[in-house]
Design a protein around this ligand. Structure first.
Ligand code: SAM
Length: 163
């Protein structure tokens, strides 16, 4: 149950600072089938619908090489979120948890991340499955699946039996 100001019973807000420290550049927009939060999945699914990530033209050259990967990590700005609720009640039952123990879109810096499967590239547009954001959500960054970059384990020191 949300009140008119978007706060559930028991939730706690903080006073937001007046100034911001870092400036992000939005590099495109994400096109999804979801226009209402209630219709949007809580987390993306790799068997979800194909969504379009439309990069702004100057960044299109940055897609070169991405098709070498099956999956892409997508970072986006959850632009329609409140940012000031430090204890939240995900079940709207008065029980609250700290924001950093949740993947709630409501957070001081509302960055969302999804590991999406790469379906294709059409010019400056990426086709992916696995997103969970509203249509028009601003894009912050794209990175190839981090598993492809996992460092190999360093060798065990001599005499280390591993126990
Ligand atoms: N997968 C991301 C993560 O774990 O960082 C986001 C998870 S968040 C729980 C996904 C929810 O955020 C959606 O179900 C929707 O309610 C909400 N949401 C999606 N796009 C949004 C936007 N542009 N602004 C505010 N809320 C949004």
């Amino acid at each position: 149950m949300l009140t008119a100001d978007g706060i559930r019973p028991g939730e706690v807000t903080v006073q937001m600072p007046a100034a911001a420290d870092a400036a992000l550049i939005f590099i495109g927009r994400i096109r999804t089938p979801w226009t209402e939060r209630l219709d949007c999945p809580r987390q993306g699914r790799l068997d979800g619908p194909v969504c379009r990530i439309e990069l702004d033209q100057p960044w299109a050259a940055g897609l070169d090489g991405l098709l070498d990967y099956d999956k892409v990590e997508v970072l986006y700005w959850l632009d329609r979120s409140r940012r000031d609720i430090v204890r939240q009640s995900p079940k709207s039952n008065g029980e609250t948890r700290g924001v950093f123990s949740l993947r709630s879109p409501v957070r001081p810096n509302p960055i969302g991340t999804s590991l999406a499967s790469l379906v294709g590239i059409e010019g400056a547009t990426l086709l992916v499955r696995g997103l969970d954001c509203l249509d028009g959500t601003p894009l912050i960054d794209l990175k190839p699946d981090r598993c492809s970059f996992t460092p190999v384990a360093s060798p065990k020191p001599e005499g280390d039996s591993g126990g």
